[in-house]
Structure formats: structure tokens, C-alpha cells
Design a protein around this ligand. Structure first.
Ligand SMILES: NC(=O)c1ccc[n+]([C@@H]2O[C@H](COP(=O)([O-])OP(=O)(O)OC[C@H]3O[C@@H](n4cnc5c(N)ncnc54)[C@H](OP(=O)(O)O)[C@@H]3O)[C@@H](O)[C@H]2O)c1
Length: 233
């Protein structure tokens, strides 16, 4: 890792967990936080509120991903941490899921995460250092009713995270899979769904866990699973 400031790239940073991660990690003056998101107005609000760097980037658009990663590399000279946080939700029976919803969820959660990682890995391999944190879900290591598509998108990233970690070890790049239970964010409402948040974790709690994980240069946490004590489904 560079002796300069630690450059941390966060996708999905305009709201929810990503925004909270940006807020938390920005508290350490050794960090420079760069937030990415695909919605101009919410990104502008977050940038203004957190006083952080930001770039408009749709992770499903390869050209957009490559352009932004190149710009970040040129501006800061290195990328030390990538947090793949951007994600969307669809629930319900497969019968009730539109083909367009299936494509959207797989494209953002699975392909988008891989697009972003591929672009950043090129930089980290060159540096021979870096950490990639993939925000998966408990739905990417367990199975529950009414969410087969979301689960498929997250299980894909579980496999990706574990296999990529093996490939990148020799480049001194660690890949960490985070598998939280329910978090009190707008994930469900943003997709037109509702969810009981009684036993949800707060994004602030999850951010503290991620901050802790990033606190070790020479230790990689392969798999971190956590949930509210009383959260079951
Ligand atoms: N909430 C939970 O219960 C829970 C539990 C476990 C894991 N997770 C995971 O945690 C992560 C964060 O979700 P959240 O709960 O914080 O939800 P959220 O509040 O809805 O935030 C999702 C973020 O993803 C961004 N995003 C969506 N599509 C994108 C795209 N095509 N390109 C770039 N950014 C895109 C959104 O940006 P815009 O606002 O700009 O669209 C937003 O910033 C997700 O991966 C989710 O699956 C959530």
C-alpha cells in the first residue's frame, strides 16, 4: 500500500450502505474516498453532504466503468481499496418476476460487480497491492423463499469472490466477501417492495465492521457473515 493517502473507491455510494461507508471511512484522514453512482442528482447531494470526490458511473456500462477507473487512476495515481456495494433487489416467485427485472438484477449485482472489479484489478495488479471488498448478502450463502433471482445474483458473486481471491493472492491483492443479513436501507423501497425492518442492522453498524476489516494490511478476511441477533429471514 502506498505511503500516500489510501484511495478508496465505493460503488453505490450515493445512498444506503455505500453512503454510510463513505461517511465512516472519510473520518480517517489517511483515506481519500471516491464515491461512484449512476444517478446524477443523488450523487451530487452525497458529494455535497460528505465533501468527497465522486464520479457518475453505471456499473452495467463497460465504457462508463473503464472511463471512470482510468480517470481515477490518472487523478490519484493508485487505487488501494475497491468496495463493490452497488446493488438492486427483486423478490417474489420466479413466475411473478418480469424478464426485465431478472435481467436488471443479474446485470447490476453480478455483471456490474464483475465489470468494476475487472477494471480495478488491472490497476491493483500493476501496483502489486490492493483490497477488494464485495458486499454480498446472507442470500449469497444461504437460501430462503421468495428471492430466487436476488439469491442467484448474490451466489454468483460469492463464487466470483472466492475464486478471484485465489487468483489475486500472488499479486498481493486481497478479496473479501461480506455477507450481511437485513440492513435498514432503501434497497427494497427503491425496487417498489416493502420490508419489515424491526430486526435490521443499521448501515452505521455494517460500516464499522467494514472499517475494522480494512484496518489490517496483511490480513485478509475471506468471508464475513453477520446479522441482527433476531433476524431470521
Ligand atoms: N439492505 C439490505 O438488507 C442488504 C442486506 C445484505 C446486502 N445488501 C447489499 O448491500 C448493497 C448496498 O445496498 P443498500 O441496501 O445500501 O441499497 P440502496 O440504498 O438501494 O443502495 C444501492 C446503491 O446501488 C446503486 N446502484 C444501483 N444500480 C446501479 C448501477 N447500475 N450502477 C451504479 N450504481 C448503482 C444505487 O445508486 P443510485 O441511487 O445512484 O441508483 C445506490 O447507491 C447491495 O449490494 C445490497 O445487495 C443489502
Amino acid at each position: 500500500m502506498s505511503a500516500e493517502k489510501r484511495i478508496i473507491l465505493i460503488t453505490g455510494g450515493s445512498q444506503g450502505l455505500g453512503k454510510e461507508l463513505a461517511r465512516k471511512l472519510k473520518e480517517d484522514i489517511a483515506n481519500t474516498v471516491v464515491v461512484l453512482s449512476n444517478e446524477k442528482v443523488s450523487l451530487e447531494h452525497t458529494t455535497e453532504e460528505l465533501k468527497c470526490h465522486s464520479y457518475l458511473c453505471d456499473i452495467t456500462d463497460v465504457a462508463s466503468v473503464q472511463k471512470v477507473v482510468k480517470e481515477v487512476e490518472e487523478k490519484f495515481g493508485h487505487i488501494d481499496v475497491l468496495i463493490n456495494d452497488a446493488g438492486v433487489w427483486v423478490g417474489g416467485d420466479l413466475d411473478d418476476n418480469d424478464y426485465s427485472d431478472i435481467a436488471r438484477v443479474m446485470l447490476v449485482n453480478s455483471v456490474g460487480t464483475i465489470n468494476m472489479t475487472k477494471a480495478v484489478v488491472r490497476v491493483m495488479k500493476k501496483q502489486r497491492s490492493g483490497k477488494i471488498i464485495n458486499i454480498g448478502s446472507i442470500d449469497g450463502i444461504e437460501t430462503k423463499e421468495d428471492r430466487s433471482i436476488y439469491s442467484a445474483s448474490k451466489w454468483a458473486i460469492t463464487g466470483f469472490t472466492k475464486a478471484l481471491g485465489k487468483d489475486l493472492e500472488k499479486y498481493n491483492v486481497g478479496v473479501v466477501g461480506i455477507y450481511p443479513g437485513l440492513i435498514d436501507t432503501g434497497l427494497f423501497a427503491n425496487s417498489g417492495a416493502s420490508r419489515d425492518m424491526t430486526y435490521a442492522m443499521k448501515p452505521e453498524q455494517v460500516s464499522k465492521i467494514v472499517e475494522f476489516i480494512l484496518g489490517f494490511d496483511d490480513i485478509v478476511f475471506d468471508q464475513v457473515v453477520f446479522r441482527n441477533l433476531h433476524f431470521k429471514v
